[in-house]
Design a binder for this molecule. Structure first.
Ligand SMILES: Cc1cc2nc3c(=O)[nH]c(=O)nc-3n(C[C@H](O)[C@H](O)[C@H](O)COP(=O)(O)OP(=O)(O)OC[C@H]3O[C@@H](n4cnc5c(N)ncnc54)[C@H](O)[C@@H]3O)c2cc1C
Length: 398
């Protein structure tokens, strides 16, 4: 079996740079192609917990990532006048022992990029247009660059993966919609929130504000339930209009001001809340990793941990298989499959509980948050489920 050397990864967010770190450590020659012209900014805090902490530790960046922790203290539910109706402390949701990390998504991508930029060829502002297997390997064509041959191609290009569409077919076969849409964008911390998040919920809709970067800025949040919407994923203005329409007449709290702030945001992010379920993540010399293969949805809080662990396992199995990529891809799936399923389940449970469908449910939630023993019982259950899923894999040493 000839040694595999040349690997092309599509996507430079969390999964891509993590994978290139490990592949480089094992002697692979890696190129990453990213559609954006630079690292994409934006997003809320993302969680890293369980087995993923060990991946960061082995990469030597655990302290750096911990230093960037958002230090959030909790979530406050407010009514239409901004009056506090209930609170969930950070310690009560999944992070009782302080072991988990919450870090702004783009702080983490920056750390991963800096760690890998000198050992990886990053191509910005380009995208794969065709992938064809030949006798020598995989011939890849790009929208802008010259065609090149690689031994392997790996899609780390997120929920709407380009590699997945090119090699496995239409996204609709694999997407499981959770019935909601989400938007996140940066704004001023004009409410002077102090390391916390305020959420205003009405049936099927949530508006939020979250202090970020030591309260120096804030993130606005809109989540709404909807039937499937047909929109252009590359047209932020049309997406902003969808949100404005969804929240028109939704008076109260900071809705109007946040809708206004969203219009000027430079890092506006909008997507459907969905999961990716595939019967197999690999075909020939191509495989998928992270959200592209098994996105659990932002509501699960586990997308980043799955991405870090998936990249570690895939690189490790490629190293261990010494050139036999079929064997490596099979082992990668065997190691990851049940871990992925446990974590995707959290996304399904969260989707049912994070968007309240009626005023009665909102009242019930606020009432329950005022009964300490009930709260403790509920959060213990949730914490156990999250901790079990996040630790649901024993990492091999490769
Ligand atoms: C801007 C942004 C904001 C986010 N905000 C949150 C959040 O607030 N909370 C949360 O839980 N999760 C968020 N996510 C998702 C989160 O980053 C992932 O769930 C998780 O970290 C797994 O990361 P990933 O690298 O597999 O996928 P992603 O983080 O989605 O990254 C995919 C990367 O692939 C690139 N890409 C897409 N198409 C192509 C193409 N044709 N060619 C080359 N590159 C391509 C994208 O630009 C992106 O850089 C966000 C993702 C993005 C891109």
């Amino acid at each position: 079996m000839t040694k595999l050397k040349r690997v092309l990864i599509s996507g430079a967010s969390i999964t891509g740079p993590t994978l290139t770190y490990w592949l480089h450590r094992y002697g692979f020659d890696v190129t990453i192609v990213e559609k954006s012209s630079a690292l994409r900014r934006g997003g809320y805090g993302v969680d890293v917990r369980g087995a993923a902490i060990s991946v960061l530790e082995q990469m030597g960046i655990l302290d750096q990532v911990r230093a960037a922790d958002t230090q959030m203290t909790g979530v406050y539910f407010v009514d239409s006048h901004g009056k506090m109706k209930g609170r969930i402390s950070e310690a009560s949701i999944g992070n009782q022992h302080g072991a988990d990390i919450e870090v702004m998504r783009d702080d983490l991508t920056n750390i991963l990029y800096k760690l890998t930029k000198d050992t990886t060829r990053y191509i910005w502002g380009d995208s794969i247009t065709a992938i064809r297997e030949t006798e020598e390997g995989t011939l890849v064509q790009f929208a802008h660059g010259q065609p090149q041959v690689f031994d392997l191609v790996i899609g780390a290009d997120g929920l709407h993966s380009n590699v997945r569409s090119l090699v496995f077919g239409d996204e609709a076969q694999f997407k499981r919609s959770l019935g909601c849409y989400i938007s996140i964008f940066s704004t001023h911390n004009y409410l002077k929130l102090n390391h916390c998040q305020h959420l205003f919920t009405t049936p099927g809709k949530t508006v939020g504000m979250y202090s970020a970067r030591d309260n120096a800025e804030a993130k606005g949040l809109f989540i709404f339930q909807s039937r499937p919407l047909h929109y252009d994923r590359h047209n932020p203005d049309a997406q902003k209009q969808l949100i404005s329409d969804a929240f028109s007449g939704h008076h109260g709290w900071e809705t109007e001001r946040l809708l206004h702030a969203m219009q000027d945001a430079q890092d506006f992010y909008f997507d459907e809340i969905c999961q990716i379920h595939m019967p197999s993540w690999s075909k020939g010399r191509v495989t998928l990793v992270g959200d592209a293969a098994y996105g659990p949805s932002p509501l699960s809080g586990q997308g980043t941990s799955l991405a870090l662990v998936g990249a570690y396992v895939l690189a490790g199995e490629l190293h261990a298989a010494q050139g036999d990529y079929n064997q490596a891809f099979t082992k990668y799936e065997q190691e990851m499959r049940s871990f992925v399923e446990k974590n995707q389940k959290i996304g399904l449970v969260a989707a049912e509980s994070m968007i309240e469908s009626s005023n009665f449910k909102i009242l019930l939630r606020n009432g329950m948050l005022r009964i300490p023993f009930l709260m403790k019982y509920m959060f213990n259950m949730v914490t156990k489920m999250i901790t079990k899923a996040a630790n649901g894999i024993t990492l091999k040493g490769y």
